[in-house]
Design a protein around this ligand. Structure first.
Ligand SMILES: COc1cc(O)cc(C/C=C(\C)CC/C=C(\C)CC/C=C(\C)CC/C=C(\C)CC/C=C(\C)CC/C=C(\C)CC/C=C(\C)CC/C=C(\C)CC/C=C(\C)CCC=C(C)C)c1O
Ligand code: SAM
Length: 345
């Protein structure tokens, strides 16, 4: 993985988060159109000020404390609890629903995320909103395979070793992951519980840890991780700008941010097919398979509330990341955003 350094000109500054835009969509059978849209001032998180300025700030504060839960308008305080209930409810059927809804394609998206990451031996990964561990398990598979290839190359280079010497080399390999480690952080106990069950069932032990934590207030020190991933998680976070600033904080200088999230489809025909499939099929699948129509209605609505590729790129830049890029997958159904926490020479 390349580490970028900044030349002496310019340096990352953290600006105010870009105003969050929102949109209410109306589905008139032939496609979605933005019924209402607007933007709010960045969430004011100060204590309540006094005087005329205070009154204006308070009104902004009230305005800023409203957000969306799918197409529903809720208070920011309510959203976290509603999202928690969604994933508490779907946790047991989460993985099978992913395959059913995405026709198995979500596996390819997650594989591509790992391929883009190309972790090096010794990578310390923080997978936020890691849920049932899909990204973590792919990371461990990747680094273990990479380490085994390296071992084979080294042993081929020492053909004249005796059998005992080769056996000793393998025995001395106390760490088959080359020192790599993944920390899975998620706010939901039920999702982590399923992830731990899968890890036990699939034999994942070394190089893996699980922690309950909020993307908006990560329980980690500054400058701790080489890579930060968040897959299909940031869409559910109440204060996305806060989560992005936390991501920047916990990454080491030179570290990399990678986000796999639903985005805006760039093909009009596919977009219409996708809308019909999303709003007519997915909630039905949610009811039939998971017994939870509402959570899957929230899923498809929350996708349409998430910023576009370019808007989200700007939010990542506002959090202080540099060299921010994105790559569309499946015509923009999802996108992988990438950014770097650069350091001065
Ligand atoms: C509450 O929040 C959540 C809950 C969750 O459970 C998950 C998430 C996160 C979500 C994901 C990670 C994935 C969510 C997926 C979507 C939002 C949909 C993405 C959509 C696509 C990739 C397909 C795009 C569809 C279109 C462009 C429209 C065209 C539609 C089709 C061509 C299909 C139309 C099909 C029908 C109308 C028939 C009804 C469909 C079914 C009965 C489902 C069919 C399912 C299968 C055939 C099984 C597929 C399973 C596999 C292939 C398994 C693969 C296994 C291995 C390879 C081992 C979340 O936030
Ligand atoms: C759709 S799942 C994604 C799970 C996993 N990353 C994957 O790709 O399968 C979304 C996850 O985000 C978690 N989540 C939602 N809000 C969060 C927050 N504020 N902090 C941490 N995790 C959060 C949920 O508990 C859930 O496990």
């Amino acid at each position: 993985m390349l580490r970028y350094v900044l030349s002496d000109s310019g340096h990352p500054t953290v600006k105010m988060a870009a105003p969050r835009s929102w949109a209410l969509w109306s589905f008139c059978g032939c496609g979605w159109s933005r019924a209402v849209s607007g933007c709010r001032l960045p969430g004011l998180r100060s204590s309540s000020p006094r005087g005329p300025l205070g009154a204006r700030l308070l009104s902004q504060e009230k305005e800023a404390t409203e957000t969306h839960f799918g197409f529903e308008t809720v208070s920011e305080e309510e959203k976290g609890g509603k999202v928690y209930q969604v994933f508490e409810s779907v946790a047991k059927k989460y993985d099978v629903m992913n395959d059913m809804m995405s026709l198995g394609i979500h596996r390819v998206w997650k594989d591509l995320l790992l391929w883009k990451m190309r972790p090096f031996p010794g990578t310390q990964l923080l997978d936020v909103a890691g849920g049932t561990g899909d990204i973590a398990f792919r990371f461990l598979n990747y680094v273990q395979a990479q380490h085994q290839r390296k071992q084979k190359r080294q042993l081929r280079a020492q053909q004249n070793l005796s059998w005992e010497e080769i056996a000793r080399k393998y025995q001395n390999e106390e760490d088959s992951l080359g020192g790599s480690h993944v920390m899975v952080c998620d706010i939901n106990k039920e999702m982590l519980k399923i992830g731990k069950q899968k890890a036990r069932a699939q034999g994942y032990k070394a190089g893996l840890a699980w922690i309950l934590g909020d993307a908006e207030e990560l329980p980690f020190d500054d400058n701790k991780f080489d890579v930060y991933t968040i897959a299909f998680g940031i869409r559910n976070v109440t204060h996305i700008d806060q989560a992005l600033q936390e991501a920047h904080r916990v990454l080491k200088p030179g570290g990399r941010f990678l986000c796999l999230e639903f985005s805006q489809v760039n093909n009009p025909l596919l977009s219409r097919l996708y809308d019909v499939y999303s709003f007519q099929v997915i909630p039905v699948l949610g009811e039939v398979i998971a017994g939870d129509w509402k959570s899957y209605q929230y899923l498809v609505e929350s996708i349409r509330q998430f910023p576009s590729q370019e808007e989200f790129k700007e939010m990542i830049e506002d959090a202080g990341f540099q060299k921010v890029t994105y790559e569309n997958l499946t015509s923009g159904i999802v996108a992988i955003h990438s950014g770097f926490k650069l350091y001065l020479r």
